[in-house]
Ligand binder design. Structure first.
Ligand SMILES: Nc1ncnc2c1ncn2[C@@H]1O[C@H](COP(=O)(O)OP(=O)(O)OP(=O)(O)O)[C@@H](O)[C@H]1O
Length: 258
């Protein structure tokens, strides 16, 4: 049996009095494409942020490639060696946010070489070779010397995808990657993500409100509500034949809004 690349086990998460996750459990297999859907405020972004170690779960375990993210302390407290180990495990996880957050004073190429040089320790030449290859892959091979401000929002988001890919992650996280874009720019970004999904060598966890897109690219759709996983399965099962009232109501509300 293959070991899941990512495991959430009994995750609890509260912000002061607000209990966001009550008991969230999910395994993601190598190469699997999982989309997370759910009502606004149900904790989708929080799940992604916990996996990026940007938020700490209140309880439960998050395991990446067999390593328990929040329990890596060898001596019961965080040491420099633990932090280094954590950074290494975390470098298996790439992230594309809603807002692309490129460095405005750096060229597109340099935006993509900073992390491989400083986190992975690649030489400038190696990092540039990888970055050019990834920028080519997202259709921006001719923009390496431009600055972010010279690119459209859709192009900037494609740079953000290339920047994450340069780290050769085993899992890519996308948190509503098109929601900050003008509608006419959404398609080009979704096409790049779809392409990556079809290559099949990376796992992906996507938080998206683009249901048609989720239907097309996902191996599995996960519906969360009230702090837990309510339903999951193949897109045709979850989106076309919901079993629970909560999912049925969510999809109905969603369809009347679109
Ligand atoms: N740092 C924080 N401090 C306090 N509350 C927070 C924090 N981050 C998130 N929350 C709250 O946790 C809940 C879940 O937020 P989250 O952003 O994960 O939801 P979501 O499902 O991604 O929502 P949306 O679909 O609207 O993006 C919300 O009520 C939010 O206000």
């Amino acid at each position: 049996m293959t070991q899941p690349i990512v495991q959430f086990k009994g995750i609890k998460k509260s912000f002061d009095e607000l209990e966001v996750m009550k008991d969230f459990t999910l395994d993601v297999d190598p190469g699997e494409i999982v989309s997370i859907i759910g009502p606004s405020g149900s904790g989708k972004t929080t799940i992604i942020r916990m996996l990026m170690t940007l938020e700490k779960p209140t309880g439960g375990d998050i395991i990446v490639e067999g390593e328990n993210l929040w329990k890596m302390q060898a001596k019961g407290k965080w040491t420099d060696a633990d932090e280094k180990h954590l950074r290494k495990v975390r470098s298996n996880v790439g992230m594309v946010f809603q807002h692309f957050n490129l460095f405005p004073h750096m060229t597109i190429l340099r935006n993509c070489t900073e992390a491989p040089i400083h986190v992975l320790g690649l030489s400038k030449k190696e990092a540039e070779t990888r970055a050019r290859e990834m920028l080519e892959k997202v259709g921006l091979g001719d923009k390496v010397d431009n600055y972010p401000i010279q690119l459209s929002g859709g192009q900037q988001q494609r740079v953000a995808i290339a920047r994450a890919l340069v780290m050769q992650p085993k899992v890519m996280l996308f948190d509503e990657p098109t929601s900050a874009l003008d509608p006419e720019l959404v398609g080009e970004v979704l096409a790049v993500i779809k392409d990556l999904a079809q290559q099949g060598d990376m796992s992906m966890i996507l938080v998206t409100h683009e249901m048609d897109f989720a239907w097309q690219v996902s191996d599995r759709i996960v519906f969360i509500a009230d702090g837990q996983l309510v339903e999951h399965g193949k897109p045709s099962d979850v989106l076309d034949n919901p079993k629970s009232d909560r999912l049925r109501n969510f999809l109905e509300r969603f369809r009347t809004q679109v």
